[in-house]
Each structure stands twice: as structure tokens, then as C-alpha cells.
Design a protein around this ligand. Structure first.
Ligand code: T4K
Length: 390
């Protein structure tokens, strides 16, 4: 039976036959219900459900303060934020981006009728390699779309230098970056705009949600028009906008979450530290390099299964699954391997050797704030056992 067959079979049996507890790649943080109830009561009292209600406005202000940025626009999800940011910056032609990301990064380019030009990543950070970016610029290039993958900051100074030199827009997919800071402050201040995701699986969630961080009020205003059909006032539509607004329920959840997000990030830091300690002695299992962020958010915990580990990545992945540990292979396959990208000019794996190698080796181990030392030990010991080392 192939890998997928084995997985389906173990699902059909019910993972309880293997283990009493499935440990999933993540488990969303939720604020105490009693802290959400007053918001719901207020929504029920006011009948204000969406369209820049009071909680939407409060959350924008609170996030500006928490994240240390000046202008933020809330969205129904991160993908709509990406789509809208590309419209706001009036991108055209080709956009240079990474093959090593969640598929939404590139799908939003296609939805905007833009051509993704995938270039390779640095083998260690897995963020865009600035030299390759520069080499891929053509007269049709309008922008660079890097991803701070796993919350690891991209080469922001070099990328800005290239963008300035060639007159390109720089739009960061910072979906993984809630609360990440470099030496100068929030990672979200770089480039023309940065996009966040507040999906259930993220460090900070509003069930679904997202945001665009803008450098100035003018850009924010255009984005705010675009996310509300292009309305500038009751009777004036200034652009072919979309409906991408965050509603009051999402904003209320966000306000309640914000009181707990620091504790959640601290807890994640402890999870990461224990993983690193436990996995350090396994030869052939390599943890992602320590983030260059001054403040990391520990959004993911990727490991890489090298040749000197006795199992292949997929063998370890399914060994973990059989033991009730449901990691994920973020990001495999590479985006250009999906059918809608196969006809693009750069299409062979040889074009992105570093991204390709990473996608063949990566497993994101379970990472969330309530993962306890017993569970972390169970994951680590299953990796050791998988290698036949005990
Ligand atoms: N750019 C980047 C770089 C991104 O990573 C993403 C999203 C985006 C843009 C787009 O942002 P959004 O439009 O999503 O705001 C997940 C997420 O759906 C997606 O948000 C995320 N990146 C991506 C990396 O991962 P799946 O398909 O792997 O999620 P799923 O449903 O399999 O969930 C994983 C595990 O999490 C489940 O096994 C159990 C747990 N879980 C999940 C959900 C949704 C829960 O316990 N509760 C839940 O409600 O995509």
C-alpha cells in the first residue's frame, strides 16, 4: 500500500486504534468564552454586524498599538488582503516571488492576472534569495512578493535596495509574522505593504481574518475603499473594489485574543526550546535555523530530514502519523508544481534547487501554545524511534 493509502487506512480505522490522542500540527488559541460574551451581547444589543462597526475600529487601533505600526486595514482573511494589496499597488505584468510558500501567495497573483516569476530561496532561511531576484527582473516586472516564511524575516534591506534601484513595488506576504520584530521594530514596516493572516491556524486568530499594514494614510484609504466595493461615500465609487471586510464577530474575537497573545507566544517559545533540546541528539534531523528576528513568534516548528537519517521524510511523516502525530509538509509540493503553474516559463525543479530540496525534506511538527512537555517528548521520541535509534 502506498503512503496515501496507508494514511487513508489509518484514518478509516480511527487513530484511536493507534493512540488515544492525536496531536495535530496546530490547535487554535481561544480566549476564555466569558471574555467574548460581553462583545457578543453588545453586538446583539446594537445590531451592528459589519461595515466598519465599533469593534472593527477598536481592533484596528489596538493592533496598530500592539504591532507598532501606524496604518492597518482589517480583512475577512489573508488571501483577500493579498488580492486587494496587489490592486491597491496597481501591479502589472510579472511579479517575482517564491516557490516555497502556501499556494495563496501565488494564486492571488493569478487572480489579478499577474504572472508569477518564481526564483529560488536561500538554503538556510528559505526566504527569497536577493541575487536571484535581481537576475529575474525584466522590463515587465512590476513588483517583488517575498514571504517571511515561518515568520523568519526575509532579506529586507537587500530587497528594498533592489526594489528602489529598479523602481519596483515590494509587497510582503507576512501571513506568518504576527508580532515578529527585527532590530528596528515591527517586521511589518518594511516594503510598500505587508499582509497578515489571522486564520485559525495562526499565532493570532480571529477565526478567519487578515490585514494589510500600509506605510501612510493615503495607501490605507485606497485599500479601505477597495475592500468595500470601491465606495468613497454613499454615492461615489472610486474603484472596482471587492467585498473583503472583517465583520464585528471576527473583530470582537480579535479584541479578546489580543489580551492573551503575549502569553501564547511565550508558551510557543518554551515549546520550541524543548523541541530543540530533545531533537538535538538525533542525527539527520535538522531544525530550521534560529530566526534572525529579535522577537520571534514561533508560528511553526519545521524540521528537515536529511540523508543521514535512516528514514526518508515521507517515511518519517507516515511513521509519525501512525503514532497519532499529525505534522504537515508545509510547503510541499512547491507552488510551481501545481497544475495551474506548470505552463509558466520557469517550471522545472532545477530552477529552484534549494526550495525543491527543502520541500522534499520538511515536516512541520505540531506547534501550539498548549502543547505540553509530555506531548513534545512523545513527538521527539517518535522521531528517535522512527530512526531505529532506541
Ligand atoms: N500566505 C501564506 C504564506 C499563508 O501561509 C497563508 C495561509 C496565506 C497567505 C493565506 O491566508 P488566509 O487566507 O488563510 O488567512 C492552513 C491554513 O488554512 C492557511 O491559513 C495557512 N496559510 C496554511 C499554511 O495552513 P491547511 O489546509 O493546512 O489547514 P487545515 O484545515 O488542514 O488545518 C491544519 C490543522 O489545524 C488541522 O489538522 C487541525 C487544526 N485546526 C485547523 C482549523 C482550521 C484546528 O484545530 N481548528 C481549525 O479551525 O491550511
Amino acid at each position: 500500500m502506498g503512503h496515501d493509502g496507508r494514511w487513508k487506512a489509518s484514518q478509516a480505522q480511527g487513530a484511536k486504534s493507534v493512540t488515544d490522542e492525536i496531536i495535530r500540527v496546530t490547535q487554535p488559541d481561544l480566549p476564555p468564552l466569558e471574555e467574548v460574551m460581553p462583545y457578543l451581547e453588545e453586538i446583539w444589543r446594537s445590531h451592528r454586524l459589519t461595515n466598519r462597526g465599533a469593534f472593527h475600529e477598536q481592533l484596528e487601533t489596538a493592533l496598530c498599538s500592539y504591532l507598532g505600526v501606524e496604518h492597518i486595514s482589517l480583512f475577512a482573511n489573508g488571501t483577500l488582503a493579498l488580492l486587494t494589496a496587489m490592486q491597491a499597488l496597481r501591479l502589472t505584468g510579472e511579479v517575482i516571488t517564491t516557490p516555497y510558500s502556501f499556494v495563496a501567495t501565488a494564486n492571488t497573483l493569478l487572480w489579478n492576472d499577474l504572472t508569477p516569476v518564481f526564483v529560488d530561496v536561500d538554503p538556510w532561511t528559505l526566504t527569497l534569495d536577493p541575487e536571484q531576484v535581481e537576475a529575474a527582473i525584466t522590463p515587465k516586472t512590476s513588483a517583488i512578493l517575498p514571504v517571511h516564511v515561518y515568520g523568519h524575516p526575509a532579506e529586507v534591506d537587500e530587497l528594498q535596495h533592489i526594489a528602489d534601484l529598479y523602481g519596483l513595488r515590494l509587497i510582503y506576504d507576512a501571513a506568518h509574522c504576527f508580532g515578529v520584530e527585527d532590530e528596528g521594530g515591527s517586521i511589518l514596516r518594511h516594503g510598500d505593504v505587508s499582509i497578515l493572516s489571522f486564520h485559525a491556524t495562526k499565532v493570532f486568530n480571529t477565526f478567519e481574518g487578515g490585514a494589510i499594514v500600509s506605510p501612510n494614510a493615503k495607501t490605507k484609504q485606497r485599500i479601505d475603499y477597495l475592500k468595500n466595493f470601491g465606495f468613497a461615500n454613499e454615492t461615489t465609487v472610486v474603484a472596482a473594489g471587492i467585498n473583503a471586510k472583517m465583520n464585528e464577530f471576527q473583530a470582537a474575537v480579535g479584541l479578546a485574543q489580543l489580551n492573551h497573545v503575549d502569553d501564547a507566544i511565550d508558551a510557543r517559545a518554551r515549546v520550541e526550546a524543548l523541541y530543540r533540546e530533545k531533537l538535538a541528539r538525533i542525527s539527520g534531523i535538522r531544525c530550521h535555523i534560529h530566526s534572525s528576528a529579535v522577537r520571534h513568534n514561533h508560528a511553526y516548528f519545521p524540521i528537515f530530514v536529511d540523508e543521514d537519517y535512516p528514514l526518508t521524510r515521507d517515511e518519517l511523516y507516515f511513521h509519525l502519523r501512525d503514532a497519532g502525530i499529525w505534522g504537515r509538509r508545509y510547503f510541499y509540493p512547491l507552488i510551481p508544481e501545481f497544475p495551474m503553474y506548470r505552463n509558466l516559463p520557469r517550471k522545472s525543479e532545477g530552477d529552484w534547487p534549494n526550495a525543491y530540496a527543502a520541500s522534499k525534506k520538511v515536516i512541520c511538527l505540531p506547534m501550539y501554545s498548549r502543547l505540553d512537555p509530555t506531548q513534545i517528548t512523545r513527538v521527539a521520541e517518535t522521531c528517535i524511534d522512527g530512526g531505529g535509534l532506541v
